[in-house]
Write a protein that binds this ligand. Sequence first.
Ligand code: F6P
Length: 748
Amino acid sequence: MNQIKSGFSLRSLHISFRFVVPLVIALGLLAFAVVPLVDKLTLQWFIRDIDIRSSLIANTLHDPLVELLQQGNKGRINALLFRTIQDERLLALGFCDNNGTLLYRTPTFPVSVGCTPATSQDKEASPLRQLPQGAVHVAVHPMDNYGSLILVHDMSFVERRSADTRKYVIIFFVLLGIVISVITVFVAHLSWRGWMDGVRAMLRGEGILKPFSQPAVASELQPLVGDLRALLRTLDAERRFADDATITWSPDSLRKLLHKQLAGERIIVVSNREPYIHSKKNDEIEVHRPASGLVTAVEPVMRACSGTWIAHGSGSADRDTVDGHDRVRVPPHSPEYNLRRIWLTKEEEEGYYYGFANEGLWPLCHIAHVRPIFRTSDWREYVRINQRFADAVVKEADSENPVVLVQDYHFALLPEMIRTALPKATIITFWHIPWPNPESFGICPWREELLKGMLGSTILGFQTPYHCKNFLETVDRYLESRIEHESSTISRRGQLTMVESYPISIQWPPPWQGELPPVEKTRRDILTVLGLPSDQLLGIGIDRMDYTKGILERFTAVERMLELHPELVGRFTFVQIAAPSRSALEEYQAFEARVHALAGRINKRFTREGHQPIILKAEHHEPEEVNRYYRAAQVCMVTSLHDGMNLVAKEFVAARDDEQGVLILSQFTGAAHELHEALIVNPYHVEQTAEALHQALTMPEFEQQERMRSMRAMVRDFNVYRWAGRMLLDAARIRQRERLAVRIGDNS
Ligand code: F6P
């Protein structure tokens, strides 16, 4: 205990030094600046004093001197002057006639002074003179028409006094420094002890576990209480469940959670994009998985939980594969849940999906410098289609309090619509994309309607705490509601919504784990398919063809890297897989054209022996194929200009069971908050990204392994089952609290 205490006082001393050292430096600099200033000021004061003194002496001498001058009594004039200089400071006196001849003087009168001061026209000239015996002050006073009296004062005392003043100023600053340091150390020590006691009290749960009790914690620590409470809540909820489930979150633990905490409730997921798309190809029906982070994340959760997934049926053979209730069992080869399809006309899709969701909300939430477009006709479709999905939820629900998982910006109005039809439903809304600051969001003409719609949710999830903060501030700005920042809740018209960050993830273990050929073989195969030599270095980028993904910036960085490191020209190839996306929109068509043009220009510059530096594959690839590229590449580039999470980053990490490969990751992705061992870049900074690419290509194996191992542990521990589990646990807790409230209400 003593050891801990002395550790603490040493630490408080250490903290004090952090204050004291800059303080001493600041005081030293101040003293350094102040001393010459004080010197200058004191000199001015002395000159002024001596000027006054000179006038006084001259005035006193005036009458007797004039009288003696009239008499022409040389002996008495000299005696008068000599008597006067008995004064300690007055060094010498002289009398010059109007022609500048020195008629009388005391023996001490410096010859070099002469009569010049009396005849000089320069009234501004300094009265100080530097003589071999030291500095003197020379004053001239006219004596009627007879001439001028010249008074010479000794100034050597000024230097002595300046030295004294300097000494006192320095002593003053040293004492000031000592006093302030002692007070600082004392106060820092007391505060340190106070903070430590406060934090210890918090860790004991005082003032934290009882939110409505009197604050037991010092007021300056109050901001921490909310954070700690949220952390404890999460840990406690997870621990309570994980204790009797498994350490690592898995499909099994999710199933157990549903069974134990949510009474086996079937869940309903709503998203725009469907997890399986059936399309016709030469009279055959094919099924494929869309390029969508949302689907990548939610599909394994659905397989674990079963239930119903409601989504837009967008495939050309979708209608041919559903039953009479527009349902189809999926996954096609081992069905585990229902996919309920909603049909949209071309006009509805244009207004709700392409228009309001993707020309309005998408650029609004992603700050990627594309102007959002808001049309009233699109908004009307958005409202209508949200209502259609809400009606489908009500039809699919088999109880009055189903658990509904609403996905993304296509359905901001859905939570309130479901709440109206099913007031007891547990509605978990997850916003996959960023949430902007209130000013940016404020340009949306239907901002209040969107916010009210979202606040129909029981839980509102965002990717990062920063997006949560932006959302709370947006609601604060535009809606009348009560916001509790400490518990991160919003209450409006009796509806309480918990706003929390749940960083989304991917399934772990990753699909095909253990079934895949070794990385070396996959790399050889891919290089052969691409017609590249077996020692070619490979980079990979996997995205939808979307302007938020930073594909142009990425290509420019590849180009810059080849300029800076010409030894890699012909030795490095970057494969960009860009799945076609929202191609009906002009913005996306223009973007695709720019991507092709840039790749073409760079290839023209750097193609050697038929090997292009950029291979652009602007077509859909199934997840298995994408996974092969992840495994074959030396480096994966994720350079989004803004991204809620970006699951490509996590998929690359999960694919690398050889613990090799380097991830370059944009700082503007949610993933950058979790995958710290990636090479984090600002994609707008071309040089930096180019250097990161070179660093990745030349990184020693042991460093790759260290970074990759740590990232894999992160993705394993924070997998998508944990993401869903955390939300469901929070939902279970809220349901339990609501049930309790009803029971208490019934009994009272
Ligand atoms: O990030 C938002 C999101 O819904 C992702 O889940 C997904 O990657 C993407 O948009 C899909 O876009 P779309 O469904 O328009 O093809």
